[in-house]
Design a protein around this ligand. Structure first.
Ligand code: UDP
Length: 481
């Protein structure tokens, strides 16, 4: 390193959507690029930075990389705004766009940024980067299957596949290349449901625009790997010039760090982690516990919570359940659930926490199944640890993810659109007993392929090397301001 002058070191600005599922993988990518001796600026909202520093030792994680720094921008929302309310996310995007624009321009120019790794959803930033001639690499925190279906949406609207009627939910989507033999209307992203002609046109317009922006980006980075999503990646490659699949990033980082330093890479939580569940798991037999978590955004009605709870208790399995303080719709919580048999059943076989150390939980020998909302990070974490899934997708990409998990990869079961107690109980029993061995066999093949992809010579490992070289090459072409 000493022989490299600071002008030869690439300076990468990383800008995630300020949500848990986006910040986590982009922090992992930041660290992977720090290991390549890059200078990294991680652009965070002030609000999230406060939460992150409150609950995790994020400073310690990056203190060993002198080239790493955070910068913060306001997200333009009042302090009390419910930033993680899934029904109000558009306000977060609007607020961030209006307050971050001028600051972003200053950082890109003033800090002599070599390239911007941009969360694909922050479309306002493409224009600014292009004005100041900083190349953009778009980053997707979702799977390639979701990216591909987004590419197809304008055509699906044009061909009349969208809008579709409720009674057509189980029919196959005709005009989704590569997916037409198994993708049902039910599996399309949640925003494709219940549309009228005018909202369809808006959807078509919106995604044509988004896709154009991704295509304009210098390259496109995905947190996935070739053995998992090769066919979708090939389809995406027909439209985007350079596509780098470098995931699963958390495992890739662990591999590069080596076993000694693994624990620090887990420090990216917005909520306080309750470690007590690990000692609870320590006292349970191997593969006897269902881990239940619906991620950082999904919300439930009290009725849904009750159905899940009854199903879990009636399954007679041990369960570790993450119930975030904002998991249940507030107005529904005025009358708490007090049925004795639920409380007794939970005391005997359950453990409830507000936020768990998920990767550690999934890697615990006592965990035999993961009841998940099918967020992309959760899927990757489950694959890495070889834990079969029961999917209850909540929104957006989770609906297509669960189809891939159950029908294509056969590493889990899909109970999309239903959550009555009997079905929950039966499907937990399928996950933990009746179908467990079959699911575990496909899962262990996939886990093996994951390890291969992130190890030296594997596809993600090699693609990351190519990405690093690509970024280094920008230095030679940098404009003079
Ligand atoms: N997570 C965690 N503890 C919990 C619940 C979730 O650490 O109790 C982490 C999980 O490991 C994952 C992220 O939060 O990395 C959730 O991302 P995902 O894409 O699965 O879902 P989202 O929250 O974006 O819906």
């Amino acid at each position: 390193m000493e022989h490299q002058s600071s002008t030869q070191i690439p300076h990468v600005l990383i800008f995630p959507v300020p949500l848990q599922g986006h910040v986590g993988p982009l922090l992992d990518l930041a660290e992977l690029l720090c290991l390549a001796y890059f200078k990294i600026t991680f652009l965070h909202t002030t609000h999230n930075h406060q939460w992150l520093t409150k609950h995790t030792d994020i400073e310690a994680r990056f203190s060993r990389y002198p080239g790493f720094k955070y910068k913060t921008v306001p997200d333009g929302l009042p302090d009390a705004h419910p930033r993680t309310d899934p029904l109000r996310l558009s306000e977060l995007f609007k607020g961030l766009a209006s307050s971050a624009k001028p600051l972003l321009r200053d950082i890109l120019v003033g800090d002599k940024v070599t390239c911007l790794i941009l969360d694909e959803w922050l479309s306002f930033a493409y224009e600014i980067a292009s004005e100041v001639q900083v190349p953009v690499m778009a980053f997707s925190t979702s799977g390639a299957c979701f990216t591909w279906i987004l590419h197809c949406i304008p055509k699906l609207v044009e061909a009349g596949d969208i809008p579709f009627k409720d009674e057509e939910m189980d029919k196959l989507v005709k005009n989704a290349p590569g997916m037409d033999s198994f993708l049902r209307y039910r599996d399309l992203p949640s925003f494709c449901r219940k549309l009228d002609t005018s909202s369809c046109r808006k959807l078509q317009h919106r995604f044509s625009g988004e896709i154009q922006l991704i295509k304009q980006a210098h390259s496109f980075i995905l947190n996935t790997f070739e053995d998992l999503e090769g066919p979708c990646l090939s389809l995406i490659r027909e439209h985007c010039s350079k596509v780098y699949s470098i995931g699963p990033l958390h495992a890739h980082l662990d591999y590069k760090l080596g076993t000694k330093e693994k624990t620090l890479s887990n420090t990216n939580n917005f909520l306080e982690v309750d470690q007590s569940c690990i000692s609870w798991l320590d006292h349970k037999p191997d593969k006897s516990v269902v881990y239940v978590s619906f991620g950082s955004l999904a919300i439930l009605t009290k009725d849904q919570l009750t159905e899940f709870w009854v199903g879990l208790v009636q399954s007679n399995k041990y369960f570790l359940w993450v119930i975030r303080p904002d998991l249940v719709i507030k107005s529904d919580l005025n009358s708490p659930i007090t049925q004795d048999y639920l409380l007794d059943g939970t005391k005997k076989r359950g453990c409830i926490v507000k936020w768990a150390p998920q990767k550690e939980v999934l890697a615990h020998r006592a965990v035999g199944g993961f009841f998940t909302h099918c967020g992309w990070n959760s899927i990757l974490e489950s694959i890495v640890t070889g834990v079969p899934m029961l999917c209850w997708p909540y929104f957006t990409d989770q609906l297509i993810n669960s189809r891939y998990v159950s029908y294509i990869w056969k590493i889990g079961l899909d109970m999309k659109d239903t959550c009555d107690r009997t079905r929950v109980k039966n499907m937990i029993n399928d996950l933990m007993e009746r179908k467990h061995d079959k699911l575990e066999t496909s899962m262990s093949i996939m886990s093996h392929l994951t390890n291969k992809s992130i190890s030296e010579g594997g596809s993600s490992y090699t693609n990351l090397d190519h990405l690093i070289e690509e970024i280094k090459a920008f230095i030679k072409k940098e404009p003079t301001f």
